[in-house]
Design a protein. Structure first.
Length: 348
């Protein structure tokens, strides 16, 4: 993304924000973009450090960013640890135009993600209690403006994630080879990568019938639904001195089951470590006990996410042009395949 070339042009882009929220001397530092395709920058302002997120054209809407901003404000009034979300500007809006694209700014939170190689029990306890605190608060969330559809509201209903995964898996082709042989970046494929894809294809064929059967049984079950983050990956929960210091990237939030967050985070940190999962879920339940229907669907949420995330990760890897993003995606894909190969070890 090309930035404005002068300080005055950059300052003009931030004119809708209070002076203390604008970049000092118009300086923006490029950060590695997320998998969403957004361009992300950090900047120093008089009131602290912020992140600028510029979304791809037609990727999101002002109403969607508005909903996320209102949810972040609600959480920051009701939980003990900061949640980074779109910041309100002088026009009471949470987004602004960046040429032909939409952008928002959010607080830049300090901290590092948990070490997934050997996550300390105390850090996992802190992370799970914080997620439970957020979920407990979100069960009472009522948006000030009802959206259509109501994507951020609490109540009882079926899980849109499970229904969506059921539809996708029913359509998905188990044979992956054609998808990358014809890909524009096919020249990057080497023998090791070919073996990785063969392993993934085999695991999809093994696990897909099991997942489809479980989804068909559970997708229509009523369960507590509330605003959840849906994409709580390891890097999104930050810690300082062993305690959670903040949550970043809430942009996938929607009303669904807490199992979305629990399985996404635990899978990315603990893999198939049964004892680790059980201890983490015990810590979560000291703050917010799980309903039987939530507990019973954890493995279905986890394995269906694992199957679809692995194929999605493959496609993003093949399409990515930024080397740092490609490296991260390849590492994630390898983790997905390893988990699938050893998934029988996970018992709750």
């Amino acid at each position: 993304m090309d930035l404005p070339k002068t300080v005055s042009e950059i300052e003009k882009m931030f004119r809708l924000y209070k002076p203390e929220n604008r970049p000092i001397a118009g300086k923006l530092q490029r950060l590695t973009g997320g998998f969403s395709g957004a361009d992300v920058y950090s900047f120093e302002a008089l009131s602290g450090k912020y992140a600028l997120r510029v979304w791809p054209a037609n990727f999101t809407s002002p109403d969607r960013i508005q909903e996320l901003g209102l949810l972040a404000e609600f959480l920051n009034h009701n939980v003990s640890i900061p949640v980074a979300g779109p910041l309100r500007n002088l026009q009471d809006q949470f987004s602004f135009g960046w040429n032909t694209r939409l952008a928002h700014i959010e607080p830049f939170l300090n901290g590092q993600p948990i070490d997934s190689e050997s996550p300390p029990r105390t850090q996992m306890t802190s992370a799970m209690k914080f997620l439970a605190e957020c979920h407990h608060a979100c069960a009472n969330y009522m948006p000030t403006v009802i959206s259509q559809p109501r994507i951020l509201q609490a109540g009882w209903g079926d899980s849109e994630s499970l229904q969506y995964r059921l539809r996708l898996l029913n359509k998905q082709d188990d044979e992956l080879k054609g998808s990358f042989r014809s890909h524009p970046n096919r020249l990057i494929i080497d023998e090791n990568f070919q073996q990785l894809i063969d392993q993934l294809s085999l695991q999809l064929q093994l696990w897909k019938p099991v997942v489809l059967q479980n989804l068909q049984m559970q997708a229509q079950q009523l369960r507590p639904v509330l605003p959840v983050f849906r994409d709580v990956w390891r890097e999104h929960l930050l810690l300082v001195d062993g305690q959670v210091s903040g949550l970043i990237d809430i942009n996938a939030s929607s009303s669904d089951s807490v199992a979305c967050d629990l399985t996404r985070y635990l899978g990315s940190v603990l893999g198939n470590d049964s004892e680790g999962w059980q201890a983490a879920l015990e810590a979560y339940q000291t703050v917010r006990p799980l309903q039987p229907v939530e507990w019973d669907s954890l493995l279905t949420f986890d394995l269906s996410n694992l199957l679809l995330s692995s194929t999605g990760c493959l496609e993003r890897y093949l399409s990515a042009t930024e080397e740092s993003v490609r490296t991260s995606l390849l590492a994630r894909l390898q983790c997905y395949v390893h988990r699938l190969k050893t998934y029988h070890q996970l018992q709750l």
